[in-house]
Design a protein. Structure first.
Length: 507
């Protein structure tokens, strides 16, 4: 097996635990060498029999399995069945010197993720990159499903899980205060029990199934005692395993202010669908004389882990926040919602961005645990003195460009991400004096690390070049140009991470 030298240095990637099912030690080493050239830190092990494969799967976890199709006394289809019997979800790619198309199709139907001819190993690195990314998405989805019940059990919104026949299969404890029903009694009924008596049967179910995707409305509902209750209702479809469900969220509008106050003090601000998560972002940028602000977040999944916000701070100052929860999907979006619930009241009470991040770290540490973390950059804008002070919890650097396009200031990290900082207080960066024509750019790593198929990243330098070229435009137009440039750079690759951009122009 010939290994072509890499044309250019590959991007640094995380460690990769590789299991190679191959009777030829040189061929196994060559495959590991190809992946090392692709940027991964490869630790590999070779097996060539069913017994050795079973032992390897029991001994340690694996990120990727590459298998020769045919070996003396063993084959890829047999190996695939052994892996499937363990219940492990590991990308399984077949490497073959020659395989008939029909055999390849049947193997893919059986569960192999891809097959690559030994004469076309140029496909290996992008194929592995794709399968590892999709494996991470599947893992995040499983984590999300495990978190749903916990989220719903603790939610102050009433949540119903409904099968496609319209029958309620799960009701959370909040249906009791909202509708007066015991959850166990409501399960097994339809939503006719909750809709106003004057509506034709099936009205709410028809509304839930009227169009594809999440939908929300404010309407009147009916409590168990027959009294009316005004509720916000949102419906969304959700797939759990092989089954499609409709999830209904009900919020008592009369209790909204009390619930919002509780959520700001609580660690249980949760959102379980895209429609709910999108409400967490600001509807519009504040209007400040002498300044122009704009922000946007484009999630990679149905619910993203990025966040930006405009936070009122003491003495008429404005906090500009941008953050990124590790990973993406519904799990990180729930952590983002909780972080927002803490940052808003903290910013109202503390004028120092470093103090806000220090207190947020204390509140979020237990929930983040060992696997999750949040990068945050919080800048305090004094619109009267025209100054900017920031603190950064491990977030990508922000930049202030002068009117001539030169870099005037860099808003660097002043601490580690939330969840990694420990008990060490954050420190603020130095004060930056702003002048007319200055432009502040903040992004998440979805912009910086937007990667095209050859492994090259978009990078902050390209983002700054786009800003320089379009600095005469409005703040909103500038951020659209940056997002468009990042997407065009990676086309036709799918968007792999959330894209979040904040722009401040000094007029």
């Amino acid at each position: 097996m010939q290994v072509a030298p890499a044309a250019s240095p590959a991007p640094a990637r995380p460690p990769l635990r590789l299991l190679v099912i191959e009777d030829s030690a040189p061929d196994a080493f060559a495959l590991a060498t190809l992946l090392r050239a692709g940027g991964w830190q490869v630790v590999h092990r070779r097996v060539a029999s069913a017994a050795d494969l079973g032992a390897a799967l029991c001994d340690e976890p694996w990120d990727l399995i590459l298998s020769d199709h045919t070996m003396p006394g063993f084959s890829a289809p047999e190996a695939l069945r052994i892996v499937q019997q363990t219940g492990l979800d590991v990308p399984f790619i077949i490497i073959s010197g020659g395989i008939e198309e029909g055999v390849a199709i049947e193997t893919m139907k059986a569960g192999a993720h891809d097959f690559i001819m030994k004469g076309a190993l140029g496909r290996l690195v992008p194929a592995v990159q794709r399968e590892l990314r999709e494996s991470a998405v599947r893992r995040a989805r499983r984590e999300s499903e495990l978190r749903y019940r916990s989220v719903w059990e603790n939610s102050t919104d009433a949540v119903l899980l409904i099968d496609l026949g319209g029958v309620i299969r799960f009701a959370n404890p909040a249906v009791k205060p909202v509708f007066g029903w015991d959850p166990d009694v409501l399960a097994g009924q339809t939503m006719d029990a909750l809709q106003p008596a004057g509506l034709p049967p099936g009205t709410w179910w028809a509304m839930a199934r009227a169009v594809e995707g999440p939908k929300a409305d404010e309407t009147a509902g009916r409590r168990h005692d027959g009294l009316a209750v005004e509720v916000d209702v949102a419906f969304t479809e959700m797939r759990m395993g092989e089954q499609l469900w409709v999830v209904a969220f009900f919020r008592d509008v009369t209790e909204r202010r009390r619930a919002e106050a509780e959520l700001r003090r609580s660690r249980q601000e949760f959102a379980a669908a895209r429609e709910i998560q999108q409400r967490l972002f600001p509807k519009a940028a504040p209007e400040l004389p002498g300044f122009e602000l704009a922000g946007v977040s484009r999630p990679a999944d149905a619910a993203g882990g990025d966040y930006f916000d405009w936070l009122p701070m003491p003495d008429g100052a404005l906090g500009i926040a941008i953050a990124d929860v590790s990973g993406h999907g519904i799990g990180p979006s729930l952590l983002m919602a909780e972080a927002r619930a803490y940052l808003r009241p903290l910013a109202r009470r503390h004028s120092d961005p470093a103090e806000v991040l220090t207190r947020a770290q204390e509140l979020l540490a237990d929930d983040l645990g060992a696997e999750r973390y949040i990068t945050v950059l919080l800048a305090r804008l004094d619109p009267v003195r025209r100054t900017l002070v920031h603190a950064s919890a491990g977030h990508p650097s922000g930049h202030v460009l002068a009117a001539d396009g030169s870099v005037k200031a860099v808003l660097r990290r002043t601490g580690r991400p939330l969840g990694r900082q420990g008990g060490t207080p954050f420190v603020p960066g130095g004060e930056i004096a702003l002048a007319s024509g200055d432009t502040l750019l903040l992004v998440t790593d979805g912009i910086d690390e937007a990667m095209r198929s050859d492994g090259e990243c978009f990078g902050l330098d390209r983002a700054l070049d786009v800003l320089r070229a379009h600095r005469h435009l409005t703040a909103g137009e500038i951020l659209e140009q940056i997002c468009s440039a990042a997407r065009e750079f990676t086309h036709p690759e799918p968007q792999a991470d959330d894209l979040t951009v904040v722009v401040l122009k000094v007029l």
